[in-house]
Design a protein around this ligand. Structure first.
Ligand code: GDP
Length: 529
């Protein structure tokens, strides 16, 4: 197949949701439809289970699984689909944010009973800011939940989206009869009490037809007619263009557990979802169709074997063809590197591939040369944008507990930070190192991994920080900025990229500082215009 055809047939996306909304179940059903797996239960949940083991051992177990679920690829209807895994647990939110830089669209899963939950809100906000096309899937329609219109309202308000339903439920919970597919103009009915089987799809081109009454009964038929009329009256007509611009979000209803509404979602997805999109670099906009290869690292996964410090760097291909054994420029190191065994991912395995295309993800063996955000090209100096750091929630000093192992400790910290496990800040005043994390559990993980993978020991010391704020002065030379640097010196630190950060100890002190130095801006994110 020709290069351009390969690009056209790729769809790379992520499924985002609050834990328990049904992301794993939906992923699995999509893979079943794609024939990539044969049975339910094949996809391991990447979520943190509470239970017998301590939470952080559970994270280690999860790390093993997440290699396997990082990218799940399958073919459907001639389309190559790559699903990128996005952990729902809030302690891994940063991982998910980074993965969202590598997707071309997302599907948002919402539990019909719980509605819009906290993690959904945060993740959708990131997608909205980046204009990532989103499809919403309202799941668990076999259970009692919120009224469809009420839920659509909630989605519009809490997620600040403009929605338009492309399917609509007929009843709910015990009375759930099926789904009217507005997109395809047909009806899917649940059959029998088992609620497990789907009757054949029935074409309903005219909702007024008597056939509808026969199928679902007079009452349900009339309700459906009224509801669809309301839908057409309230919501904008679906426009593929607006969806692709991130300005309109189509909504589907279904039940992932019962495979209900999943085929409709998938069929619509392959038709409307974007093929690999152009990506901005600091230098220029890069188009997938360009013949020279470029790509960037969005995730690094350390191997589970502590004796081999091999890591797998996940590269999203943005343009051109990525070929095995071909030298590419590692832009940050200004060095050519080549890869003898790049991995491609499938539903349950990974394999060495000779060639990959825009939209694809390749896994590159790495011994510590990559960090998240690194760009690879055929020689052009290009730096992909868009993997910012967010202010951590927790901050602690890290101390060396074994003076003979300080080299190992620093190397370990360095590599774990490259992987994106946490963020390191170095205080301007005394060079002390501060580790910032999204969740408190990460401290245990870091301690454990430093000891087991690097032979180093560390202790922590509490540090009262509310937020890390990246400092953005209007003018580095003005006296106000100089005074800020002098007065606030003991709250200043450098992040790993050498950017200056103000560690505010309370919302109040941040506010006071802002008032006192109005020409200095503070950002909770490391990248700003
Ligand atoms: P995740 O945390 O978002 O990956 O959620 P899971 O896919 O693991 O699902 C969480 C729970 O909800 C599991 O017990 C699923 O069996 C259940 N579940 C998922 N989809 C449905 C559905 O459509 N209906 C019902 N009743 N339960 C579902």
């Amino acid at each position: 197949m020709k290069f351009l055809d390969e690009i056209k047939r790729r769809r790379t996306f992520g499924i985002i949701s609050h834990p328990d909304a049904g992301k794993t179940t939906l992923t699995e059903k999509l893979l079943l439809f794609g024939g990539a797996i044969n049975e339910a239960g094949a996809v391991k949940s990447n979520k943190i289970k509470k239970g017998a083991t301590s939470d952080f051992m559970e994270i280690e177990r999860q790390r093993g699984i997440s290699v396997a679920t990082s990218v799940l690829a399958f073919e459907y209807d001639g389309i190559k689909i790559n699903i990128l895994d996005t952990p729902g647990h809030k302690d891994f939110a940063e991982d998910t944010f980074r993965t969202l830089t590598a997707v071309d669209s997302v599907i948002v899963v919402i539990d019909v009973a719980k509605g819009v939950e906290e993690q959904t809100e945060k993740l959708v906000e990131v997608c909205r800011m980046r204009n990532i096309p989103m499809i919403v899937f309202i799941n668990k329609m076999d259970r009692e939940g919120k009224d469809a219109f009420e839920l659509l309202d909630e989605i519009e308000q809490k997620l600040k989206l403009t929605v338009t339903p492309l399917s609509f439920p007929i009843g709910m919970g015990y009375d759930f009869k099926g789904i009217y597919n507005i997109w395809e103009k047909n009806i899917n009915l649940f059959s029998g009490d088992s609620r497990k089987n789907i009757e054949e799809t029935i074409e309903i081109n005219d909702l007024e037809s008597e056939e509808l009454n026969t199928l679902i009964g007079n009452k349900a038929a009339n309700t459906l007619r009224e509801e669809i009329e309301l839908v057409e009256g309230i919501y904008p007509k679906f426009s593929n263009e607006d969806y692709l611009k991130g300005e309109l979000q189509p909504v589907f209803f279904g039940s992932a557990l019962n495979s209900f509404g999943v085929r409709e979602l998938l069929d619509c997805f392959v038709e409307i979802a974007p093929k690999p999109r152009p990506k901005n670099s600091e230098e220029r906009l890069v188009l997938p169709e360009e013949d020279k290869f470029t790509g960037f690292v969005f995730k690094i996964h350390a191997n589970m074997d502590p004796n081999h410090r091999n890591r797998l760097a996940f590269v999203k291909i943005v343009s051109g063809e990525f070929k095995r054994n071909t030298p590419y420029l590692h832009v940050r190191h200004k060095k050519k590197v080549k890869f003898s065994s790049p991995n491609a991912f499938f539903a349950e395995k990974k394999e060495i591939v000779d060639i990959s295309y825009p939209g694809d993800i390749v896994g590159l063996q790495d011994t510590g040369t990559f960090k998240i955000g690194d760009t690879l090209t055929e020689g052009e100096i290009l730096n992909y944008k868009g993997i910012p750091s967010f202010s951590p929630e927790h901050f602690r000093y890290i101390n060396n507990a074994d003076p003979l192992k300080s080299k190992q400790l620093f190397k370990g910290i360095d590599q774990l930070m490259d992987e994106g496990v946490a963020q390191l800040f170095t205080l301007e005043l005394n060079g002390r190192k501060v580790i910032g994390t999204v969740g408190a559990l990460q401290y245990e993980v870091i301690q454990y991994r430093l000891e087991h993978e690097y032979g180093a020991k560390c202790t922590y010391e509490n540090l009262n920080v509310y937020k890390a704020c990246w400092v953005d002065p209007e003018d580095k030379k003005n006296s106000e900025y100089k005074e800020f640097l002098r007065v606030k010196q003991r709250y200043l630190a450098k992040d790993k990229r050498g950017q200056l950060v103000f560690l505010a100890d309370s919302p109040f002190s941040l506010q006071m500082t802002q008032q006192k130095y109005p020409s200095v801006k503070f950002h909770y994110v490391s990248e700003f215009e």
